[in-house]
Write a protein that binds this ligand. Structure first.
Ligand code: SF4
Length: 377
């Protein structure tokens, strides 16, 4: 990979390396309105994904390839990360705008020391209707067995676990590590489920790499009663050398599943859910497909993302963010912060996946984009 392809965050450790717009808090309250905000395409902001760390204990090729994220790679220094107090302030500023669901991401969020303390803070927060926010977490599951109890006690409601293979050899190859086993991940999922956490499993399917694991994974999680979601391999970031011919379409995945199981579609629980849901006919277990490439869902996209150093991204495929940490660390009020986010969301017109689909040419001209490990996917 050439240096020119390395965008956020694959460069030196200076804060200036990322393209971060710095909003002017003093101008933010002018013309401010109240209540939920919508973007230029009429989409609300309901979900906030917050990365709490840019490091991970795996080196999955589509997220943190080991050739790029070497042992000399400079991750963010501790003082660059948002503190738990800052994250809480940020979430409070988002709540009046319409946020109802929080997802803690990384890197690997369970590597952030005492992440359960953050979850405990966030689980206390309420919407303007005095309802609790939904608090979820995405993890690779390796540390989940030992952390599940503390996470549940802190108020976590849901956990999504990434797992791309059940075969140990393939698991390590995909994860770019010499140790670690799928059974550790499965133990984490079982521990979370036993504690009453709602569990889902995400599998990124790559043609010729792990697509032969689709049926074994489906069978295993069907037997365990966990919802498995098959995700089309996406062109997030630039480090993963994505190619269209590596995508196994959702249609093809469903076709393979039909060879083994009988199932039927289920209505999406919420309008803004990204997964198309199905249920097996002979047992009450669901699975899903997330077809970001072949059936993009930008028109319902209501997610904002915050990097671990406090940059706001309005699309998974963005190439720049807005530096909210600078606002947090200035003397700005929560209302000013809210007004800044309102202004940014109000101008949003992102629909990368729809445009990708409508322009084959675009697939060959991959623009610089933020890396998935930086904003948590
Ligand atoms: S491409 Fe951007 S706008 Fe479209 S669904 Fe993904 S994150 Fe949302």
């Amino acid at each position: 990979m050439s240096e020119g392809h390395r965008v956020i965050p694959i460069l030196a450790s200076s804060f200036e390396r990322r393209k971060a717009a710095r909003p002017d808090p003093s101008a933010s309250l002018r013309g401010q309105s109240l209540g939920p905000v919508q973007d230029k395409l009429g989409r609300p902001i309901t979900d906030l994904r917050i990365s709490v760390i840019d490091q991970c204990n795996l080196r999955c090729g589509y997220c943190m390839p080991k050739e790029v994220f070497t042992k000399d790679y400079q991750f963010l220094p501790r003082e660059a990360l948002l503190s738990f107090e800052e994250i809480e302030q940020l979430v409070k500023a988002f709540i009046p705008l319409g946020i109802r669901k929080l997802r803690i991401t990384g890197g690997e969020p369970l590597l952030r020391k005492s992440v359960e303390d953050l979850i405990a803070r966030l689980a206390q927060l309420k919407t303007p209707q005095n309802l609790p926010l939904e608090v979820a977490l995405t993890t690779n599951g390796l540390l989940l067995e030992q952390k599940a109890s503390a996470l549940k006690a802190a108020g976590l409601q849901r956990v999504t676990v990434s797992l791309d293979a059940l075969d140990t050899h393939l698991f390590r190859e995909l994860a770019g590590v010499d140790t670690g086993e799928p059974k550790q991940v499965l133990a984490g999922i079982a521990a979370a489920r036993a504690l009453g956490l709602e569990t889902k499993v995400n599998m990124v399917v790559q043609k010729g790499v792990n697509d032969h694991q689709v049926l074994p994974m489906a069978k295993a999680f069907r037997d365990m009663g966990d919802t498995l979601r098959f995700i089309e391999f996406m062109d997030v970031g630039n480090a993963n050398q994505w190619r269209l011919d590596q995508v196994v379409s959702a249609g093809e995945i469903l076709h393979r599943l039909e060879s083994e199981f009988e199932f039927e579609p289920v209505d999406r629980a919420k309008k803004h859910d990204v997964a198309e849901r199905f249920i097996y006919k002979d047992r009450p277990v669901e699975f899903g497909v997330i077809a970001s490439i072949t059936r993009p869902f930008c028109s319902d996209c209501s997610r904002a993302r915050i990097s671990s150093e406090g940059l706001l991204y309005t699309c998974l495929f963005a190439n720049n963010g807005t530096d909210l940490r600078a606002v947090l660390r200035s003397s700005s009020s929560q209302d000013e912060l809210s007004a800044i986010v309102r202004g940014i969301w109000g101008l949003r017109e992102d629909r990368y996946s729809e445009l990708r689909q409508s322009s084959a040419d675009r697939l060959d001209r991959q623009p610089a984009k933020v890396e998935m490990s930086y904003i948590g996917g």
